[in-house]
Design a protein around this ligand. Structure first.
Ligand code: ADP
Ligand code: MG
Length: 246
């Protein structure tokens, strides 16, 4: 079973940002997508999630089902999850309420912001511990006043609550110190062992000290210019992205 992206092209107005991108994300595998700033990585993650601001052609299949025309929340309910490069702040929404709502929606299909399930709070306290955040974060408004690294950690806990089949992590390593990157790396390895399909977007190789990718893809100017195994990371480290420019 896989998430398949087929001939995906994306434009905003007259500007073409992604050109004919095709790849497969297998369950139980970690793929790393690398590339320089402005290459189109975040656009790819938004287009897969169904952000309405893009003109998109091509297809996205989730375990064989065409989800290309579905709105974002339906893609999420089918098992697609994205951790943002720049997590959004949500004033007025307590982190514990968000995790509760996600959990209840996931189990019952109902959106109910008023119920508090004590089991979810216990679960959330444990997960916060795993990502290195104090449980007092549960009482705070989502991402308000969080440092860059704390936002990244909170984002991972939200994704774990959603428990998607496929996870896209857009620069989960940015803003984190080496201990933080190690924590995220270990969580990714655990998710992989649980059969999730994972796409990690990054522009530097630090996280690969902790996560051994099954596949590496290099994206430049809106296209995947090379695919291979972990050996590509060394190539990028030594040559930089300049070596790919034509
Ligand atoms: P990356 O994540 O690889 O750094 P992005 O996907 O964020 O790259 O950006 C790819 C290109 O698309 C950039 O040139 C960026 O300026 C452009 N882009 C992104 N969003 C918009 C937008 N809303 N309008 C116009 N151009 C955009
Ligand atoms: Mg980006």
């Amino acid at each position: 079973m896989a998430l398949e992206v087929l001939n995906l092209s994306v434009s905003i107005g007259e500007k073409e940002i992604l050109k004919d991108v095709t790849f497969r994300l297998e369950r139980g595998e970690t793929t790393i997508l690398m590339g320089p700033n402005g290459g189109g990585k975040t656009t790819l993650s938004f287009a897969i999630m169904g952000h309405p601001k893009y003109n998109v052609s091509g297809k996205i299949l989730l375990d064989g089902e065409d989800i290309s025309k579905l709105p974002t929340h339906e893609r999420a309910l089918k098992g697609l999850g994205l951790a943002f490069q720049n997590p959004v702040e949500i004033p007025g929404l307590r982190f514990s309420s968000l995790l509760n709502a996600i959990s209840i929606k996931k189990r019952t299909g109902e959106l109910d912001m008023s119920k508090i399930d004590p089991k979810v709070i216990v679960w959330a306290g444990r997960k916060l511990g795993e990502v290195g955040l104090d449980r007092s974060f549960l009482e705070r408004e989502v991402n308000i006043g969080f440092s860059g690294g704390e936002k990244k950690r909170s984002e991972i806990v939200q994704l774990m609550a959603m428990d998607p089949k496929y996870l896209i992590l857009d620069e989960p390593d940015s803003g984190l110190d080496v201990d933080g990157i190690k924590i995220i790396g270990n969580i990714v390895n655990g998710l992989k062992a649980n059969g999730k399909g994972i796409l990690i977007i990054t522009h530097h190789a630090e996280i690969t000290k902790f996560v051994k990718p099954d596949k590496v893809m290099i994206m430049l100017n809106g296209s995947i210019v090379e695919e291979g195994g972990a050996e590509l990371i060394e190539k990028v480290e030594s040559r930089g992205y300049k070596g790919y420019e034509r």
